[in-house]
Ligand binder design. Structure first.
Ligand SMILES: [Zn+2]
Length: 371
């Protein structure tokens, strides 16, 4: 994710702040200053930073629970609307997804209870208005943590409540149907939020749009994954593509980029074995930093993930997602690259698949008898 800056790493997860979050902090400071002078501005800023810490703890609730199930999280990004922990995969095991999803809101509940029991925070004075500046900081913090827990339990993707709902449904209905139903409920909730927003608070309209889009994209991803199950990689791979030699110069790679419409080039050694992949952005970066005479070997990403040509597409699809790889190579029995799968080829295959009559699948062995 661009527009984000790394602020360090905690237990193997890089913490990033989205620039809009910093703008948001500046805005809070300015708005509090205008309303109540310097003291109010510092108080507002301190509150936001503590809130930021609570959001971070919430995300680490997800991250550590996921880790217990063997799922790592390379990045967590903080946005003004909350945090996004980039898990390498969402377990399709409903019990695991349930625990990972609910761990975040539980952290906020624990913080709120901790503040009340140990620090004597009272919800009375904070009331429902979290932005009531006259309430003590600690009261507002307890209230905002309860709000965070409730808000995240709204049963809509990408909120934790959406995942909790899907996990509960999936244990009975299976993953794909459960996602469909959870996404539909999420879209209904988004409409309701948008409607309430029209009447009371325009900020809710933005949240509603965000929730609506996230619900559709989650349903789309799961459907795509379900569709790609049982489809052989050979049905979706590019078979005509340019490759580069590791000793080639970067300017040769530029010529190839211009000559083809390809964005990712497998780098193949003399024996025909893949040694890396050079993406469009690697290429541009190398051109800027190393110049046109640099070798492809110095500019490429060192690893091109591969799958065997007899494997199913969902495996390639998972690699594309989990490793954020620009492409996956398809290898024959001898380990030589015979095809290339990129997000675009998967997308194109889906378009073609949708245009086919019902029941007809891509791939020679799945055609109906007689066809
Ligand atoms: Zn969460």
């Amino acid at each position: 994710m661009s527009w984000s800056i790394n602020i360090g790493s905690i237990a193997g997860t890089v913490v990033r702040i989205h620039l809009t979050f910093l703008l948001f902090l500046a805005w809070i400071f300015a708005a509090s200053y205008a309303a109540g002078g310097a003291a109010a501005a510092w108080d507002g800023l301190a509150f936001m930073l503590l809130l930021f810490l609570c959001v971070l703890l919430h995300e680490f609730g997800h991250i550590f629970t996921a880790r217990a199930f063997g799922v790592t999280t390379p990045f967590v990004t903080l946005l003004p609307i909350g945090g996004v922990a980039q898990l390498t995969r969402i377990p399709e095991e409903p019990g695991q997804e349930f625990l990972i999803a609910i761990a975040g809101p539980l952290v906020n509940v624990v913080i709120a209870i901790g503040l009340m029991v140990l620090a004597g925070a009272s919800l009375q004075s904070a009331g429902t208005a979290v932005d009531n500046m006259h309430a003590p900081l600690i009261d507002r913090l307890a209230a905002v943590n309860l709000f965070l827990a409730l808000f995240n339990m709204i049963p809509a993707f990408p909120m934790d409540g959406g995942r909790v709902l899907r996990a509960l449904l999936a244990s009975r209905l299976g993953y794909v149907r459960a996602t469909g139903i959870a996404a539909a409920i999420g879209q209904f909730v988004a409409f309701a939020l948008g409607f309430i927003g029209l009447l009371y608070n325009p900020v809710l309209i933005f949240i509603a749009i965000f929730v609506y889009l996230a619900a559709s994209s989650e349903a789309h991803m799961v459907a795509l994954r379900a569709l790609s199950r049982g489809v052989p990689v050979s049905a979706a791979m590019m078979t005509q593509f340019a490759t580069l030699a590791p000793q080639a110069h970067v300017d040769e790679a530029v010529q190839t980029l211009l000559r083809t419409s390809q964005g990712e080039f497998p780098v193949i050694d003399d024996a025909g074995k893949p040694v890396g992949v050079l993406g469009r952005y690697d290429l541009i970066r190398a051109l800027k930093q190393l110049g046109p005479d640099a070798r492809v070997a110095d500019a490429m990403s060192a690893e091109l993930p591969t799958v065997g040509h007899r494997r199913c597409l969902d495996e390639a699809f998972r690699i594309l997602q989990e490793q954020s790889a620009p492409a996956v190579g398809v290898t024959d029995a001898g380990g030589r690259i015979i095809g290339l799968i990129t997000p675009e080829t998967v997308g194109q295959m889906m378009v073609v698949q949708n245009a086919l009559p019902k029941g007809v699948q891509l791939g020679p062995w799945s055609r109906p008898a007689g066809a």
